[in-house]
Design a protein around this ligand. Sequence first.
Ligand code: AMP
Ligand code: MG
Length: 375
Amino acid sequence: MLKAIACFFFLPVLAAHAHAEQIRGNWEVMGTYFSVTLLDTAPSRANDEILGAAFSVVDILDRQMSNYRPDSELSRVNDFAGRGQIQVQANLYEILLTSELFRASSAGAFDVTIGALVDAWGFYSPRTASIPEGGVIARALESVGEGRLKLRAAKRTVELKSGTRLDLGAVAKGYAVDRAIAVLRERGAAAAMVDLGGTVGVIGSKADGEPWSIGIRHPAGNGLIGKIRIARGAVSTSGNYERFFIQDGKRFSHLIDPRTGWPVAGVMSVTVVAPSATTADALSTAAYVRAPQDGIAWLGACDGVKAIAFYPADDDQIRVEFAGAGAEALFELSDADCFVKTESAGMPSSSGAKVTMGSRTTCAVGSVSPPATDQ
Ligand code: AMP
Ligand code: MG
């Protein structure tokens, strides 16, 4: 822990407001950058302590939930596949339970049992990623999906069927942002922005009284395609530009449809704004996977969720789709005239967030409460 805290540094950022400063800590964790911006309302030692506590919780989660670390708790669970139940800590149990809810609410588009497929496509080491040979996809598919992961609350155990491997890459960043925000709140921070590799959570307003401004990356370029301004909640983007390879002139991205075993094509990115970062993260992945077939209008039925999706269109244009009441006003696009717009399918948006997709789903997953920890 001491070593971890020693590797961050602070950047006092001069804010627009004459008398207030924003303090920022920057680190590297979970294979990406992590930054916390805090209103400077406490004595400087207290600020240091608050920032350090936010980093610590994310660092602990990384050590626990990474499948790039052979000694993580998640790796131990994966290595135990096919050998019965294994007890896990409350954090891991909670994220798996939540992930199972999102698997159901996305009709199987979001599925943390996807590890063997991600591995088959080579996305754990992007340099070797390529279209798998022959029956490799079919074999990996057998270890993915409903029933491969069993959770038992009584003893907080996880059981994986033989060959199944968990991958929390689509939800762990969001979960970590929520936990960092919870730590900041507990320590009295009234206003803060937490950014973990582009999954962002905010509380309160900036020093100048304005909401936090969060850029949305252009899915086909280097800059931003727009921004949103929020004073609470979270935002997450899933995009085909993050990890991908090109083969035979086609792009294959790291976002895989667990139902077909193939990387999803026909969508560029989906950005979701939600009450919690866990929800935003999971739903952006789920919506990305479903977008080419179902669009994203179904997201508008989830409580407090707004989203935007970008699709490739003819003549190098980008087609835009919105979901959720007020989404068009929330997502401020830089060159709104350049886009082909899709009319939203007008799903209900305020009815308690129940929507059926197929025969058995709801997206009524509330914000995730901090677990009773035993880290
Ligand atoms: P995100 O950027 O949050 O959408 O997460 C993408 C990562 O989640 C990928 O790099 C994979 O490790 C994993 N993943 C890919 N496809 C899925 C899926 N359909 N459901 C859950 N996790 C996925
Ligand atoms: Mg995600």
